[in-house]
Design a binder for this molecule. Structure first.
Ligand code: DAH
Length: 407
């Protein structure tokens, strides 16, 4: 039968003691039920959290939780000379319930995100032992019990991929730079040789901040559409020679679907020195791709256009899913990631356009004396390829069942 907080006929120590014992026994029983449910791999995350919240409200709700009722029936109802004893009882109960509820919450949170294997282990170890809150409520602590597990976070697969890319270039002696996500028109476009009204701006699906019309165009704010503006920002601060990678978030006005997201990630690269050639670009990027995808991959460069590089290229890697054949498995199924072509487009690159150096010429970047290459790659796409995903949105939904697989 469900427990109710009794009204007391007298407030003697023994009556209060009995009342306390009954209440704590009911609390332990109910906590144990929620604990079992949390450990049940067939109950979903929402079910576990809902059960915990109902339990907490049942006992702790300010308005009419069982603790509040004990306060009413036992403390407030006690005659003045027995208030002391009743107060001590209610205070003790309050402290014990708080500990019990907090412990249970940690346990439920842990179980809600734990794998079925971990849950099976937790269940087995606790079938033999009293649980820790019960021990504490009973006034003893069994130090031989396992501690409470706290789920440790793990790097998000996109950040992990970003770190891997950055590490490859760090090993080549590159430094890491970052820049703002809210950027001016000047850095995102103008200084990268996108003149005002140039059609190349259309390819960037830019999200502009509202109410910027009164400012001169170059000061107007937008969400950066690529990490390339940090090329200019760092060249303004640092003199050549330069070897940089620039990871970061970028935004474009693309509705989310399996291969698009209005927010995604890029890693930009920039190398400037005397006598940097297209051969350096090819060698560096070929090495980077072999480090990232395995020493078997081949690279291929095809002519392209970016306003800030000349010449520009797109780099492809041979498909590491099908080995470049365009077909998969024994039944020769078409390879989807490379669209059966055997090649996957991985980044844009090129030799820094002399017009870009003109914007930072005062800081040692005289296009007559120095040259450089640049590249930019999409981290999210690379992460999808590496982990074999077909839906980009999985990265952004925050579902622990997906994310914990990378822990
Ligand atoms: N910023 C380009 C984009 O987002 C990618 C890119 C292409 C970056 C060529 C570069 C580059 O540095 O040289 O589409």
């Amino acid at each position: 039968m469900a427990y109710t907080v009794p009204k007391l006929k007298d407030f003697s120590p023994s009556t209060l003691n009995h009342a306390e014992e009954d209440l704590l026994a009911a609390f332990k029983q109910e906590a144990e039920d929620v604990r079992r449910l949390a450990q049940d791999p067939t109950t979903d995350l929402l079910g576990k959290r809902t059960a915990f919240k109902q339990f907490r409200d049942h006992w702790m709700a300010r308005a009419n939780g069982l603790l509040a009722q004990a306060n009413e029936n036992w403390l407030k109802a006690a005659p003045p000379k027995e208030k002391g004893g009743a107060g001590r009882t209610v205070n003790k109960i309050r402290a014990l319930l708080k500990v019990g509820v907090d412990d249970l919450e940690r346990h439920v949170n842990f179980c809600a995100t734990a794998s079925p294997e971990t849950l099976a282990k937790v269940g087995a170890s606790q079938a033999l032992n009293l649980t820790e809150p019960q021990q504490r409520i009973a006034g003893q602590i069994d130090i031989s019990l396992p501690g409470i597990h706290r789920a440790i976070g793990a790097a998000h697969p996109i950040i992990r991929t970003q770190n891997e890319i950055v590490a490859v270039f760090k090993n080549l002696g590159y430094s890491v730079a970052e820049g703002p996500v809210i950027e001016t028109d000047y850095y995102n476009f103008e200084a990268l040789n996108f003149p005002p009204n140039h059609p190349a701006r259309d390819t960037q699906d830019t999200l502009f901040l509202a109410n910027q019309e009164s400012k001169p165009r170059r000061e107007q704010l937008l969400l950066r559409t690529h990490t390339s503006p940090v090329q200019i920002r760092t060249m303004e601060k640092l003199t050549p020679p330069l070897r940089l990678v620039i990871p970061g978030k970028v935004h474009r006005n693309d509705p989310p679907d399996a291969s698009h997201s209005p927010m995604f990630h890029q890693v930009e690269g920039l190398a400037v020195d005397t006598n940097i050639t297209f051969g350096d670009l090819k060698g560096t990027l070929d090495h980077a791709m072999k480090s990232l995808f395995g020493s078997d991959v081949k690279t291929s460069f095809r002519p392209s256009f970016f306003p800030f590089t000349e010449p520009s290229a797109e780099m492809f890697v041979s498909c590491f899913i099908c080995g470049g054949s365009g077909k998969r498995g024994n039944d020769n199924a078409p390879c989807r990631p490379c669209k059966q072509s055997g090649w996957i487009e991985i980044l844009g690159c090129g030799m820094v356009d002399p017009n870009v150096f003109e914007f930072v010429k005062h800081n040692g970047y005289d296009p007559e004396k120095i040259s450089g290459f640049a590249f930019g790659m999409g981290v999210d796409r690379i992460a999808m390829l590496k982990y074999g995903l077909d839906d980009l949105q999985l990265f952004f939904q925050g579902d622990v069942r997906f994310l914990e697989q990378f822990a």
